[in-house]
Ligand binder design. Sequence first.
Ligand code: HEM
Length: 372
Amino acid sequence: MKHKKSQRIAKPKLPPGSMGWPYIGETPQLYSQDPNVFFASKQKRKLIPDIETEVISSLESWVSDEKVINSFQEMKKFSFNIGILSVFGHLDNNYREKLKENYNIVERGYNSFPTRIPGTAYSKALSARKRIREIISEIICKRKEHKLMEKDLLGHLLNYKDEKGQMLRDDQIADNVIGVLFAAQDTTASVLTWILKYLHDDQKLLEAIKAEQMEIYEANQGGKIPLTWGQTRNMPITYKVILESLRMASIISFTFREAVVDVEYKGYLIPKGWKVMPLFRNIHHNPEFYPAPHNFDPSRFEIAPKPNTFMPFGNGVHSCPGNELAKLNMLILIHHLVTKFRWEVVGYQSGIQYSPFPVPLHGLPTRFWRNE
Ligand code: HEM
């Protein structure tokens, strides 16, 4: 009898962390400690202090009596650095700059006419993509040389095996990295720019957020102690402002899905292969779900929205995997923004530009000062 060729199936590893003592595990600690402290220590990442460092250095760089910054462009730089942090962990500055330079060229070619004629935005983007792949291959080589097993996204991509035990090629890894940087940058930057505007326009709300954040700032000895995971989970006013900003701005207005089988819906047939567009923005601005939808009112999130009426990060298997990171970035940025800085929108006119996500006109020109 002919045996089937044995397929080597990669056995998945157990999640990291401690199992505690035999039989009793960590039950004694669980029942003797403040549960917030216990779970906060379990959920601790390397990530919060690193995000704080990026936040502070970005905010500091915006302060000037003379300089007016384009908030959206500055938020983009910040979001890019956070993207790099989650993909590569602490990356050599030289690599970071080279990635940034080439990524910007890829971005300029993203919506351009697809022609390989030299000098066009598209052909420049193709060359830049090739260079990004080479840079990533070099980083991978170094990691392999030094047997570095990092827990960042690159580490996961390097360890990934499909059901046949097949690993990803360097160019597939590069595609994933470019995809994640793209998904993370403009989205986070647009929402942060809207938050700056919404808080600027509602001074009473700004005062309420400030009071909430000052309490944490003072508990952390005037910002000398870094924020903890538990503190970021306990910012109720700030969190509601973030949810309301995600709703109001609805920067991802819609998405596409393809019907993989014939679907009957409300007496209509949606044939297999047809595209379906869930319109998130319309749902978020529907007065049936959100009364007076054009008013910025974070208190509406005191009651949880009805199922499937709040989808700023999409829904289903392809919903946003960066959702928690994005919210964490916003919470940390708002904490430092309101406790240490003040800002004023310059020459402000209401209006929206699409780049391609909706952002305040001219990227919200703003002047920043350090609080005295
Ligand atoms: C406020 C910021 C963000 C918003 C509003 C947002 C929104 C979304 C939405 C609506 C989708 C689903 C698109 C669809 O269904 O077609 C999505 C997908 C995705 N997002 Fe985000 N995102 C944000 C930040 C991030 C960050 C920080 C990362 C990564 C670090 C990220 C990575 C991704 C990826 C990789 C996908 C594709 C998932 C898939 O196709 O399976 N996003 N995002």
